[in-house]
Design a protein around this ligand. Sequence first.
Ligand code: AMP
Ligand code: MG
Length: 340
Amino acid sequence: MKYFRIPIFLLSLSLAGLLSACPQPDREIKRVQFLMGTQVEIIARGADDKQLEQAASKGFGEIERLDFKLSKYRPDSMLSRINRQAGISPVKVDDEMMMLLEKSLQVCRESQGAFDPTILPMLSVWKIGDANPSPPGDAEVKEKLKLVGCGKIVLDQDHQTVFLPEPGMGIDLGGIAKGYAADRAAGVLKENGVKSGLVNAGGDLTVFGVTGKGIAIGIQHPRYREKIIGKVYLKRGAIATSGDYERFYIFNGVRYSHIIDPRTGYPVQREASVSVKADTGLIADAWATALFVLGREAGLKLLQSRPDLEALFLEPSGDFGATEWFYENMTWGQAAPRED
Ligand code: AMP
Ligand code: MG
């Protein structure tokens, strides 16, 4: 089994793009670290190298801090404490966790349950991330699905607690954490004197302060990793991608992706990837997952009433669909998909 997680990458062009974006030949550094189970890249521009180095290292530190808090794999994370108390007792959490859960519930409602932070029991049943995964039986899927539903989460604002009322329930923030981490790291860079730059947390990117044309972002072909299907330029805001090639297993010739449709309990088969542009990484990330579940047709319909979101859907067949912004701003590469 192979794990991939580099859905969007920066073109080598991006450096030139960023450099040409400002008239003054400011300093620029690019650093990479493996955090949150993925490759995190920071590009920072500012007055002097030492300041940029220190800022980048604080940016990575911020992502590490979030990993300690939000990881479902770390038994001592705040998230694991919530999950361990499922069916037992409410758990006191901090402002940040409260905010993340509120946002998750909001996207859950707005996406008609396509994005659902209570998906954890289904990920276990499908053995996503296991060394030797195999699909479960239909009865098991049906049984475990009873534990899923964001409406079940009890958030108590007054006491700042979270309660999962049924034993076996569990929260997973994998669909939102990297985008949020990119936002936070970008915030730390800014606070530390970085004028412009980018944080790319495994394909979930937040860009800030870039002038001129913007920074070039390559959208990867969902089946040929070395190819890009096109590029867009961004000066600020975020683009996140959910793909069935990021994490999956193949069993008896069938591809099982890591994104589960909470309405059925089965891994989504329709899309190959969905890229979303939004003001923040948190929102782009959550909606990339949500729209991956909804699929092109239902997704584009929903987006008609969401001027704050833009999306590009790529299907395994090579077909694609997108909202206006992508049509207007995308420069297609040689591996561009065909249109219906
Ligand atoms: P992303 O790469 O942002 O689309 O996030 C995918 C990750 O989100 C998966 O690896 C799971 O941890 C989690 N996940 C899977 N299905 C869903 C879903 N329907 N809603 C919310 N999170 C999900
Ligand atoms: Mg996501």
